[in-house]
Design a protein around this ligand. Structure first.
Ligand code: SAM
Length: 255
């Protein structure tokens, strides 16, 4: 999964937001930075480049992601860790970032509160989540393709999980409830570019938890091929581009 994610989704879907995140992080000039749900290290790499003097700790609950990320971005200190139960000391970071990870936390407020615990007083939080799938050209094409390929029982994972925490007011309320001040949530729309719709289909179908859902419904290779054909019909042949909207929350740990 990490290889497929990193190759087919990293540059197209996650790298544009990693650049945005790194620019925001630079403005805070942090010395000690913690990344939650770092995955294969797409944002980690951008942070290392943007913050050459900082100590960066990158964490993810999935050891396979950590293994991949530590090879990809060795300049960061990598550690397998559940964001809801961090094996890290109180008040030990100036900045905590989490790019497209909070949607997966079983308890969002608890995860954000755990981030507040490890932040120094006045430390900053930057968290990004996806807006609704309809505001993400590639996710919308994927959902349409899944409905076409599996009309009787289309997987709901994409709309329900990565795009299921899409209300900016709820995000702001959860961040406040977790112990932060100065909470600002803003929409950020960036353009994703991929070499082909088929590559995106391979990334989504084999490099994300959608894979397990598809494996329950048939042969993964066949379903991926069918989804690739449908996504190509929707997005067109050759290089594909599309708008993707996220919500980015910034906040200060309450004193
Ligand atoms: C969509 S990926 C985002 C990865 C990376 N931040 C990026 O932008 O490419 C979501 C990541 O969240 C991680 N994750 C899910 N639940 C988590 C938890 N409770 N604690 C830490 N990481 C978690 C997954 O393992 C996965 O790597």
């Amino acid at each position: 999964m990490p290889e497929a994610y990193d190759r087919h989704l990293g540059p197209a879907v996650f790298a544009p937001f990693a650049s945005d995140l790194a620019a925001r992080a630079t403005a805070y000039a942090p010395r000690r930075v913690l990344e939650l749900a770092a995955g294969t290290g797409v944002a980690t790499g951008a942070l290392v480049t943007a913050l050459p003097g900082a100590e960066l700790t990158a964490t993810d609950v999935n050891p396979a992601m950590v293994a991949h990320g530590s090879r990809r971005v060795p300049a960061a200190r990598w550690q397998a860790a559940d964001a809801l139960d961090l094996p890290l000391a109180d008040e030990s970071f100036d900045l905590v970032v989490c790019q497209f990870g909070v949607m997966f936390f079983p308890d969002k407020v608890a995860g954000l509160r755990e981030a507040a615990r490890v932040l120094a007083r006045g430390g900053r939080l930057v968290v990004s989540t996806w807006a609704e799938a309809g505001r993400h050209a590639f996710a919308a094409a994927l959902i349409g393709a899944l409905e076409q390929v599996l009309p009787a029982d289309p997987p709901t994972f994409v709309a329900r999980v990565p795009h299921g925490y899409a209300d900016p007011d709820r995000l702001a309320a959860d961040v406040r409830a977790a112990g932060y001040d100065d909470v600002v949530v803003e929409p950020v729309t960036l353009t994703g570019t991929a070499p082909s719709a088929a590559g995106l289909a391979t990334g989504f179908c084999t490099g994300t938890p959608l894979r397990a859902t598809l494996e329950q419904r048939g042969r993964l290779e066949d379903l991926t091929q069918a989804v690739a054909e449908e996504m190509t019909t929707r997005l067109g042949p050759g290089t594909v581009t599309g708008a993707m909207t996220a919500h980015v929350a910034t906040a200060t740990r309450a004193g």
